[in-house]
Design a protein around this ligand. Structure first.
Ligand SMILES: Nc1ncnc2c1ncn2[C@@H]1O[C@H](COP(=O)(O)OP(=O)(O)OP(=O)(O)O)[C@@H](O)[C@H]1O
Ligand code: SF4
Ligand SMILES: [Mg+2]
Length: 368
């Protein structure tokens, strides 16, 4: 998903692209949940908005039950919109202050004409009850509710059409910590009860830990690491994931008095208009080498359910000295073309996980 950058003046020519989301690839299982985590501005909301087709993606495909949502016509898209809903990041700005809660929750029902008019109120009250709000409050306005309650209204709106997929864009980050857990528990209950698949967006790894059995970590428009919970929390191989993890408070350690070393990332996130060459993380990466500026690391599957995009994947403190990807890319250790090498054609990044993967010890693709 690129956004055009235009010059100022009368003729606003396109002068570049904001590469907000650039070639991410993930699979959301039916009724399952995947977490999408990364710093502010890395493209999480843009990814969510493209997947729910609030944006028309500039390239790529969004496969849903055998159809490609990215390219189908608006007429074909309309019924599918019911199936893929979004909960928005900010419960304060995502609800129209001039509409009553009843009319906000009823809007999708009206637009898609799914319940007869005389039953709309009953359905709205059911939905309010499902999300833990008083069904009699349907004629109140959003400003009469707290942040947590407003987010529940947004959740009721997303549930109205009984979707199969919900993209929850930082549904709790605007809420007090004490309220966060309640809303997460509510989402978890709803997911189980209605068998909804969730793409759960968050900016830190602590929030998605209990909700998502699978987590993707994004940096500057790309997925840098994706894997099951255990691979990400206990066996992260990307320096960025390791830095994010070091920022997650560890209750056990706090009790025993130990302190986990915090990895401080220096410098700002670069602009997505002119991202660094090669690996986009290299300007802040503590272990970057020459090859990192020359070649983008492929997102390699390194375990049964674990993929990482780094030339030097390894546990914290155990990153290899020589790039593991050089042979695959057909380059030498500095990233210069190696005439004797044969680049691998197995680098095409597919969503989900394959049966074979890159063996970190053997430095070659094959079943580990
Ligand atoms: N409609 C738009 N037009 C132009 N640029 C946009 C648009 N939406 C997002 N961007 C840019 O795309 C990049 C990614 O933004 P996005 O909102 O997806 O980040 P995010 O990861 O959701 O951040 P946050 O955690 O702050 O919500 C940013 O550089 C942003 O400025
Ligand atoms: S590819 Fe290089 S710059 Fe990128 S994360 Fe790995 S070591 Fe760091
Ligand atoms: Mg966002």
């Amino acid at each position: 998903m690129y956004f055009p950058v235009r010059s100022t003046g009368i003729i606003r020519r396109k002068v570049g692209d904001i590469q907000a989301v650039d070639g991410i690839s993930l699979a959301l299982p039916k009724g399952g949940s995947v977490g999408l985590v990364g710093e502010s501005g890395c493209g999480k909301s843009t990814a969510g908005r493209a997947i729910t087709r609030l944006y028309q993606p500039t390239a790529g495909s969004i496969e849903f039950e055998g159809r490609d949502l990215a390219t189908i016509s608006n007429r074909e898209l309309k019924p599918l919109r019911r199936e893929v809903q979004m909960i928005f990041q900010d419960p304060y700005s995502s609800l129209n202050p001039r509409h009553t809660v009843g009319s906000i929750v009823a809007a999708p029902l009206r637009i898609h004409n799914v319940v007869p008019k005389n039953q709309t109120l009953k359905r709205v009250q059911e939905l309010l009850e499902v999300v833990g709000l008083n069904p009699e409050h349907y004629n109140r306005y959003p400003n009469e509710f707290s942040g947590g309650q407003r987010q529940r209204i947004g959740i009721a709106r997303a549930l109205a059409l009984q979707p199969k997929v919900i993209v929850a864009d930082e549904p709790v980050s605007a809420l007090d910590v004490s309220i966060q857990a309640q809303v997460i528990n509510l989402l978890q209950d709803l997911q189980r009860e209605f068998d909804i698949a969730f793409l759960f967006i968050a900016h830190d790894l602590a929030v998605v830990r209990h909700f998502c059995p699978e987590i993707a970590v994004m940096y500057l428009g790309k997925i840098v690491e994706i894997g099951d919970r255990d691979s990400i929390y206990n066996n992260a191989h990307h320096p960025y994931t390791q830095a994010l993890l070091s920022a997650v408070p560890d209750v056990k350690q706090a009790i025993t008095g130990g302190r986990r070393e915090r990895i401080q990332l220096t410098g700002d996130v670069p602009s997505p208009i002119d991202p660094p060459s090669g690996c986009r993380f290299r300007t802040r990466c503590p272990i970057a080498q020459e090859i990192c500026s020359r070649h983008e690391p492929p997102l390699l599957q390194i375990g049964r359910r674990h993929k990482v995009a780094c030339h030097f994947p390894g546990r914290l403190g155990e990153h290899p000295h020589a790039p593991l990807t050089a042979g695959l890319l057909g380059v030498d250790a500095e990233g210069r073309p190696d005439p004797g090498a044969s680049p691998s054609s197995d680098l095409v990044e597919q969503p989900g996980y394959a049966d074979t993967w890159f063996d970190l010890d053997k430095k070659s693709i094959g079943r580990a």
